[in-house]
Design a protein around this ligand. Structure first.
Ligand code: SAM
Ligand code: SF4
Length: 329
């Protein structure tokens, strides 16, 4: 799959549910209305869609959400998709999770060939953790991290950098993650979906964070890539790797290799644009696989050049009404 700008699409991110057992303040409103069950693709349909993308050249598949591990019977989907790892069609099957259910699923995930996962964690202070996730319990997530490591799964921590919330804690988070052999990636907040807060109050530029970190650590640009948008530095004092995802301050669209599928079967060719392709319709038509292949090709041919997010006092409305939990972060 090659898009109009010559980028080869090899990475599919799939939001398997928009539900979640947390309500992180930058991601969701406290009282979210979730999609009715009937609008969701079944697990079988998700598998057919993912497999169609693998047939078309996708090498990396990431399940996300919402919280992927709260989708009922999610392990059935993961087990079925793992056959593409065994056949060599897929290089990597992975997930992004808030870690709340990891203690329960880590062994099964490892058995399915999952070698690396991303776990989101914004603070190591239990009260602050509860405040930012509204419903989350830090101790459970930490248990989940231990279980993942015991099962031999490498963990990368994702931390959203939030002004006046975890700004001062970032050096400690770096030391903690690296001390346990985990990479850490910092993310800028993006203007997706209605939330209760003013996003300009949450937004923290990672250029600023990097400058602050440089006064404490020796940071050296690293060529390491995971196929995602993060740019890494090596931290001499900890021996670990630190990533920066900077959609706002430095846009990385020119090397974009991915598309995103929602749990309702909509394909978004760009996280930051509204254009979508209805793959559920194609999937459910009688000529299923043929129509599906054609619908995927048409969608890739429409992949836009990039997003145009801005957060400042004049632009503090969401750039898109869609929440991250629907498109999949
Ligand atoms: N529930 C899982 C989790 O939290 O890891 C997976 C889905 S979550 C939407 C994926 C990632 O998106 C998380 O790392 C989260 O911090 C990030 N995220 C959510 N809303 C965001 C926003 N408005 N801007 C930047 N990152 C966001
Ligand atoms: Fe749930 Fe992840 Fe969004 Fe937090 S960031 S509310 S854990 S989907």
């Amino acid at each position: 799959m090659i898009d109009p700008f010559g980028r080869t699409i090899t990475y599919l991110r799939v939001s398997v549910t928009n539900r979640c057992d947390f309500r992180c303040t930058y991601c969701m409103a406290e009282h979210m209305t979730f999609l009715p069950k009937k609008d969701l693709l079944t697990l079988e349909e998700l598998e057919r869609l993912c497999s169609a993308f693998v047939d078309k050249g996708v090498r990396k598949l990431r399940l996300t959400g919402g919280e992927p591990l709260v989708r009922k019977n999610i392990m059935q989907l993961i087990q079925r998709l793992s056959r593409h790892l065994q056949s060599g069609a897929l290089d990597e099957l992975t997930l992004t999770t808030n870690g709340s259910q990891l203690a329960r699923f880590a062994d099964e995930l490892a058995d399915c060939g999952i070698r690396r996962i991303n776990v989101s964690l914004d603070t190591l202070n239990p009260e602050k953790f509860r405040a930012i996730t509204r419903w989350g319990e830090l101790a459970r997530v930490l248990e989940g991290l231990d279980a993942a490591r015991r099962a031999g799964i490498r963990v990368k921590i994702n931390t959203v950098a939030l002004k006046d919330f975890n700004e001062a804690e970032i050096p400690d988070l770096v030391r903690w993650a690296h001390g346990q052999g985990m990479d850490l990636t910092l993310i800028e907040t993006m203007p997706l979906g209605e939330i209760e807060f003013d996003r300009t109050d949450q937004y923290l530029s990672l250029s600023q964070v990097r400058e602050d970190l440089s006064s404490r650590f020796t940071l050296t640009d690293a060529s390491y890539r995971t196929g995602g948008p993060a740019r890494y530095v090596a931290v001499a004092e900890t021996g670990g790797r630190l990533g920066f995802i900077t959609p706002m301050s430095h846009n990385f669209c020119e090397s974009c290799n991915r598309v995103r599928l929602t749990c309702t079967g909509m394909l978004y060719m760009c996280l930051g644009q509204n254009d979508e392709a209805d793959l559920r319709k194609a999937l459910r038509q009688s000529n299923g696989e043929l129509d599906l292949g054609r619908a995927i090709d048409e969608a890739i041919a429409r992949k836009p050049k990039g997003h145009d997010f801005i957060i400042d006092r004049d632009h503090n409305r969401p750039a898109l009404a869609r929440h991250m939990s629907l498109t999949g972060g």
